[in-house]
Design a protein around this ligand. Sequence first.
Ligand SMILES: Cc1ncc(COP(=O)(O)O)c(C=O)c1O
Length: 454
Amino acid sequence: MSAEQVRYLLPEDAIPTHWVNLLPDLPGDPLPPLNPGTMQPAGPDDLTPIFPMSLIGQEVSMDAEVEIPEPVREAYALWRPSPLYRARRLERELDTPARIYYKYEGVSPAGSHKPNSAVAQAYANREAGIERLVTETGAGQWGSALAFACGLFGLECLVYMVGASYDQKPYRRAMMETWGASVIRSPSDTTEAGRSQASHPTGSLGIAISEAVEVAAGDANANYALGSVLNHVCLHQTVIGQEAIAQLELAGDVPDVVVGCVGGGSNFAGLAFPFVREVLRGNAKMRFVAAEPAACPTLTRGAYRYDFGDTVGLTPLMPMYTLGHDFVPPPVHAGGLRYHGDAPMLCGLVKHGVVEPRAYKQNETFAAAVRFARAEGIVPGPEPAHAIRATFEEAEAAREAGEERVILLGLSGHGHFDMSAYQAYLAGELEDPEFSERDMQEALERLPDAPAIA
Ligand SMILES: Cc1ncc(COP(=O)(O)O)c(C=O)c1O
């Protein structure tokens, strides 16, 4: 039986006790965020209007490990440790000598990896005496996760949902409301930021972030919660990779390549960073592949510059690959990947050649997702479908090289709320929008006048 094992499961007491902080191991000196008014390094005072002190501490911590509070571990036990699968049927379908494993985060209540950080953030804010969290959501995954987490810790939750997703996914909204959250379509007329962007009715993550930050900054009892990009969000997600290391040990394998999708970088960071740390410390050798949409190709086509995290320019500037803070990506169905920037930690790793980015078009990712679903059963979210597409390339390369490579794929969530996208794909109605050179030139011209990154 063991030779044909498919699921590698860990007991509840194997939920990690610490998060892995990659910041002290990253190549080069950490680049600080900048105050949007002065363009000087931002300090804790710039962040206290919207974040609790404990999360600000995690954002800048140089400790290699950060203890997970016990109430957060108890909440994690509702779905963690998540399963690691050996994709035996997919391997046969692809006729590859590669051994493909996937770490599946779709078992969480919200259906993705996002609750790993939502629970940690809701707990930290409750401990700081905050009564309400305000946030944005793209695909609806982060909003659902925060709605669920706020319910666990007795907080109110207000979600600005990107217009395109609000229209495509009415049941995501119903799910958030079921957990007690209020949901507003973005851009909205409830904020100045929203009113200023009324000419972009499909919205974007950048616009929704501006709306949420504006509301949180104006209410002393409210804070803002971000579902990706920031160091502390990447930190919270590292339970994924730590569990995967233990599960691969059960399987007797070590990855040659780790593959994930990137919207703001949090699920990729969560899976990859515990492995990246071993590579940076010289204890292991492996490759890392980050998959993104050709319609919003931040890591493959963006400029490595300081830019705002939101459209209107309310947030500190972060050093990252960016398509320009006011770039509104076309409304592709991988709503969670429609973000103009990416996590500074991940961008640094791309800059240093540790992580290789690749961009894929919408139809080829859905083709891969359908093939995956027919082989493995799970219907993937359109976001991890990009990582599945990259995994197919890796499996093919292993076949061409005649090598038994080990591939670890991050399957960050299921696609049960994305069936209208599958329907459109199966009917041959999906478009393949791509980012043009003109888009890039226009975006570069609008980047803020911030110091260059050395
Ligand atoms: C299932 C899923 N995967 C990936 C992402 C992309 O976000 P990140 O890069 O922060 O993991 C999202 C975002 O909403 C998502 O819902």
